[in-house]
Ligand binder design. Structure first.
Ligand code: GLN
Length: 533
């Protein structure tokens, strides 16, 4: 098995995750089996306890890990379900080493960063590769070279080269080539400095990928090659581009897959990117445009809803329509301004969320959708909002609520799950990951899925309170998805509406560019019908 390590330099946020995902896409398209892992230098054990303002969305894997949002990019690009091994944090490494120390596993030795932490990191890198039985493991190191936090990771990947040898390990360094505004000059110096920093840790990059406003000019490429010790054709352009899915194609124009295969002595077969290319062409030539409202607390920070946005995009491209998202802060919604806010939208989506803030605004949005026949899609918290709204306004259960919002409510139509009641720890303790669900025939959900057995990913502590099951059914709610074991409500919908659907899971984690998620497809389809009517 071979390893490609991806490091970053100059500044953070230059799209290392997309580079890793794109490289994975290219190699997979050459017939190579790949997996992608992210090493995150922070001390949180996983991303689950972090606010969306810090790192954007928490992505959930099929096996129930709460991970960095880059794993979402990886899954969408390489079209593989990743596992909890694919995201490792410093917090996780230290917890494991300290646990072993408490068990006496180090046999009296002084436990130190070198070698114990480094060895633990290496084990985690090897373990992820072996588990997934692949040819090439791509490993992205979070942060930038030179950060104090990431040094143990850099040392670990340096040692792996020593352990496995040149044919099994290569390094890709992603840097920024800034443009000085007035002189219109692209500058290579920051790249030179960051490569120097990387060299000081004993790592010579094999390929340098330069993020820039526009393509690099030839002289600059030669200069970067010369001063960073690589041939200039291994300096790869990564210009700003609005459609992320085009990046593998931009790289392939520069023969990146061939260069990587040559370096790692992998058999090279020209990548088959036809379907991907078709998707990208469609993205730029969409016939219609519709506006869908996305209602939530973190709307000033769209990364918090990254997979939802991608899922809408995938469904839109499939239906040849550009889905423009209208971001609506649930805090600012009142009975008086609904017309102003939602007057021009063809669909309303309420995604996942936590806590009290913005809940009432969400309920008002769900009511407006129901009363005006606007296609409505509630995801996780969105389903809970839909249930509360229906209880209050249709069933006339005064002040019905979720106990997450009001623990004293007379009608707890959404309540904490039994097995969550005594849970004290916050991290990794929700109902997490893929669970089976049985879909009722003769429902909107079945129309979308066309199958009765599905598996969807979850991340929640609260649930529909089954004490009220019959009452809701009496008033016209259809529970069209139920978990076979615990009998939890997973999908709810209104019979009388073209699309008023809520799901307790997160379908957005399973969408793919050329395989939009069936529920997003159903929702966007109905939004288009609404647009045309
Ligand atoms: N806060 C709700 C719960 O814990 C919804 C969670 C979510 O939307 N992911 O059940």
């Amino acid at each position: 098995m071979k390893y490609i390590f991806i490091t970053g330099g100059v500044v953070s946020g230059i799209g290392k995750g997309i580079v890793a995902a794109s490289l994975g896409k290219l190699l997979k398209s050459c017939g190579i089996k790949v997996s992608i892992q992210k090493l995150d230098p922070y001390l949180n054990v996983d991303a689950g306890t972090m606010s969306p303002y810090q790192h954007g969305e928490v992505f959930v894997t099929e096996d129930g890990a709460e991970t960095d949002l880059d794993l979402g990019h990886y899954e969408r690009f390489i079209d593989e379900n990743l596992t909890r091994c694919c995201n490792v944090t410093t917090g996780e490494i230290y917890s494991s080493v300290i646990k072993k120390e408490r068990h006496g596993e180090y046999l009296g030795k002084t436990v130190q960063v070198v070698p114990h932490i480094i060895n633990e990191i290496k084990e985690n890198i090897f373990k992820a590769g072996e588990r997934s039985k692949i040819d090439v493991a791509i490993v992205e190191i979070g942060g930038t070279v030179g950060d104090i936090e990431s040094q143990p990771f850099i040392e670990a990947i340096r040692q792996i080269y020593l352990d496995l040898g040149r044919e099994s390990v290569m390094y890709v360094h992603v840097t920024l080539v800034p443009l000085i505004p007035n002189s219109k000059d692209q500058k290579s110096k920051p790249t030179q400095h960051s490569v120097k920093e990387l060299l000081s840790f004993g790592i010579q990059p094999d390929i340098i990928i330069c993020r820039s406003d526009s393509l690099l000019d030839g002289d600059l490429r030669r200069k970067i090659g010369l001063f960073c010790n690589i041939s200039s054709d291994l300096v790869i352009d990564n210009p700003n581009i609005s459609n992320l899915y085009e990046i593998p194609l931009v790289f392939e124009k520069q023969n990146l897959s061939q260069k990587v295969c040559k370096r790692l002595r992998l058999k090279y077969i020209k990548p088959d990117l036809e379907l991907w290319r078709t998707f990208c062409v469609r993205v730029t030539n969409l016939k219609k445009k519709i506006i869908i409202a996305l209602v939530g607390k973190y709307v000033s920070f769209p990364d918090a809803y990254l997979s939802v946005c991608e899922a809408l995009k995938h469904a839109g491209v499939y239906l040849d329509v550009l889905v423009e998202i209208k971001w609506i802060n649930s805090d600012y919604i009142s009975q008086e301004n609904t017309k102003d806010l939602f007057g021009d939208v063809c669909g309303i989506l309420i995604p996942g969320g936590f806590g009290i803030r913005g809940f009432l605004g969400n309920v008002i949005a769900a009511k407006y959708a129901r009363e005006n026949n606007i296609p409505f899609f509630g995801i996780c918290l969105g389903l809970q909002v839909m249930i509360v709204e229906f209880a209050r306004n249709v069933m006339k259960l005064k002040n019905a609520n979720s106990t997450e919002v009001d623990s004293e409510t007379a009608y707890p139509v959404i309540d904490i799950m039994e097995n969550q009641k005594n849970e004290q720890n916050m991290g990794g303790t929700m109902r997490l990951g893929g669970f089976p669900c049985e879909v009722l025939r003769n429902s909107r959900a079945f129309d979308a899925y066309r199958e009765t057995q599905i598996i969807e990913r979850h991340r929640h502590r609260y649930e529909f309170n089954n004490t009220y099951y019959e009452d809701f059914v009496f008033y016209g709610m259809v529970f069209s998805g139920i978990s076979p074991n615990e009998k939890l409500v997973e999908i709810a919908e209104l019979k009388e509406r073209p699309w008023h659907v809520g799901v307790q899971f997160h379908p957005e984690f399973k969408t793919r560019p050329n395989r939009p998620h069936p529920l997003f497809l159903g929702f966007v389809k109905q939004s288009l019908v609404f647009f045309d009517s």
